[in-house]
Each structure stands twice: as structure tokens, then as C-alpha cells.
Design a protein around this ligand. Structure first.
Ligand code: CP
Length: 317
């Protein structure tokens, strides 16, 4: 694995999940792998789980990790080819990335979408520029369209909680939110679920909230949440803004918030969310504080997913 940007960088999802589970049992077994190696964690946006879990994963593998809030502490970066830099940007990515590539053996980047222009965001300009100019492996800590470390964690969490020979029914349901959020987590979860192929995967969202079809191939899609929840084994709750009329809030319908009553429709489903979550907007207290909630397990599993990805890259260096 050269980079980790999407599910397409993983040779076999189940093998990667197995490796993450192995690290959960034996966190320090590969401490030698990262000896004398340095990893840079570059954040253009805030983070709690991704930042800390990736640092811990790197430390478990014996690497030195340096976190850089590049949006606050670095120079404003320019990404446009041929830009005349007379505005607020100070340093071109063509100049910054090769230096970072000299300082670090692996570079991890978090770069959210601006949600202003679909073409700009969906071209993954920032992640691609780092891959082009840094000359070291790049790991996405959440990009403009995808959040692969979260999705690997989510597959791991589902596998840990499913012990039947049949496929689980996994429902991704849209939830209300007060802000326009990226489609990254929903895109990425859909991409991993459909690629993994070991679940019956259903997406429920209000009309006008269709995701980019690139990521939802083979998923069943409905606008009827109650119908989707019937006999579900796992319910993944997430808000996203509109994709087609890009980055808008068309609905804030509170009836889409998952409640204990709605959960009665399911097969005693476990409830997932990537966090952070707006309580009693996206998900009710009664669910988040119940035994049905897997959100803390998911967040804990972020360490093992990151460790599996980093160790796989380290073995190629
Ligand atoms: N789920 C997730 O990526 O959390 P953070 O934004 O806190 O890193």
C-alpha cells in the first residue's frame, strides 16, 4: 500500500480488519516497525479522535509523531497551478510538500471540503497535491469526499459485533443537523460497505439528499426511514448536506432523528455514529446512553484501524 486515501488502496478489507483486531489484542507487538521513522499529522481542520488515535497508533508502532495545525500555525497554502500569488496565500503546495516529504516518512492530512464548489471538492485537489509533490506515502485523516480510517473502523466494529453466518442488515440513515456538513463519512461508509460486500446495505435519506452514485453502487436506497429500519442489525446515523445542489440544507425534519421508538422496528440493532454528535438533534440521549450505542467502541477502534494502516505502509518503506 503506497497511500491510504480510499478503500481502493486496500488489497483485502477482511485482512486489514484482521490486522486491526490483532493489534487490539497485541498493541506493542510491532514496536520495531516504526523505529527511526517519523510521521507528520497535518490538520487543516479540527479533530479529537482522528488526531489522538493516529498519534497513539504511531506510538504503538515505535514512530515519532509530530502534529502540525497547518491551518493555524503554517503559512496559507496555494493549490492552484500557475496561480499569481497576490492574495492571502503565502506558500505554494509545490514548495511546501517536498519539504514536508523530507522531514517525514509518512504524511497524514486532514482537509475538509469548503462545500462551495462541488467540482473543486470532488477533485480532491488538496490530497492529490500532497500525493504529487511530497514523495512519501500519504494517509487521509478525512479528505473533501472520504474518511477511510473511520470506515475501516466501522467495518471492524460491525465484524466484532456480528457472530451469525448470515449477512447483517446495515442501514445508513440520514439525520438532521443545524449546519451543512460534508458527505465524507456517508460516502466513505457506503464505499466500504459496498466494496466489502458482507452486509445487506441500505441507505435511507430524505428526497434531494442522494449521495454521489460513485459511492453507493449496489446499495438499496429509500426515502422511507421506517421501511429501512425493519429488521436492521446495525444502524449508522449521520447527517450530510445535499450533493446535487451542492452543500445545502434542504431538510431539518426532526422526525428523522433516531429514537428508542424507531429502534423497536429493528432486530435489536446496534447504533453507530462517527462522532462528534449533536445530542437530541442527530441522535437522542436515550439511544446514545443505552446499551444499543456502539459509538464509544467505534472511537476506541480508531487506534487499531490506524495502526493496521500505518504498519502496512511501514512494511513497504
Ligand atoms: N470521527 C472523527 O473523525 O472524529 P474527529 O473529527 O474528532 O477526528
Amino acid at each position: 500500500m503506497k497511500h491510504f486515501i480510499s478503500v481502493h488502496d486496500v488489497t483485502n478489507v477482511n485482512d486489514m480488519v484482521q490486522l486491526a483486531m490483532h493489534y487490539k489484542q497485541h498493541p506493542f507487538i510491532d514496536q520495531h516497525l516504526g523505529a527511526n521513522k517519523r510521521i507528520g499529522l497535518l490538520f487543516l481542520n479540527p479533530s479529537l479522535r482522528t488526531r489522538l488515535s493516529t498519534q497513539i497508533a504511531a506510538s504503538n508502532l515505535g514512530m515519532e509523531a509530530i502534529v502540525f495545525n497547518i491551518d493555524k500555525d503554517g503559512w496559507a497554502l496555494e493549490f492552484e497551478e500557475g496561480a499569481i500569488m497576490s492574495g492571502h496565500t503565502v506558500e505554494h503546495i509545490k514548495d511546501a510538500a517536498p519539504i514536508l516529504g523530507q522531514y517525514f516518512d509518512i504524511l497524514c492530512i486532514r482537509a475538509f471540503p469548503a462545500l462551495q464548489n462541488k467540482q473543486d471538492d470532488y477533485s480532491e485537489q488538496v490530497m492529490k497535491a500532497f500525493m504529487q509533490y511530497a514523495a512519501v506515502p500519504i494517509v487521509s485523516l478525512e479528505s473533501a469526499t472520504l474518511h477511510p480510517l473511520q470506515s475501516l473502523t466501522d467495518v471492524l466494529t460491525i465484524k466484532e459485533h456480528w457472530h451469525k453466518p448470515t449477512k447483517p442488515k446495515v442501514v445508513l440513515t440520514w439525520a438532521p443537523h443545524i449546519k451543512a456538513l460534508p458527505q465524507c463519512v456517508a460516502n466513505s461508509f457506503s464505499q466500504w460497505m459496498t466494496h466489502w460486500g458482507e452486509a445487506e446495505f441500505v441507505i435511507a435519506h430524505p428526497e434531494d439528499y442522494a449521495l454521489d452514485a460513485t459511492f453507493t453502487k449496489s446499495a438499496t436506497i429509500t426515502h422511507h426511514q421506517d421501511e429501512a429500519l425493519q429488521n436492521a442489525d446495525f444502524v449508522y446515523v449521520k447527517n450530510w448536506s445535499t450533493y446535487h445542489d451542492y452543500g445545502k440544507i434542504y431538510s431539518n425534519d426532526p422526525s428523522w432523528m433516531l429514537t428508542e421508538q424507531k429502534l423497536q422496528l429493528t432486530n435489536q440493532a446496534k447504533v453507530m455514529h462517527c462522532l462528534p454528535v449533536r445530542r437530541n438533534i442527530e441522535l437522542s440521549d436515550e439511544i446514545l446512553d443505552s446499551n444499543a450505542s456502539l459509538v464509544n467502541t467505534q472511537a476506541g477502534n480508531r487506534v487499531w484501524a490506524a495502526q493496521a494502516v500505518l504498519s502496512t505502509i511501514l512494511k513497504t518503506l
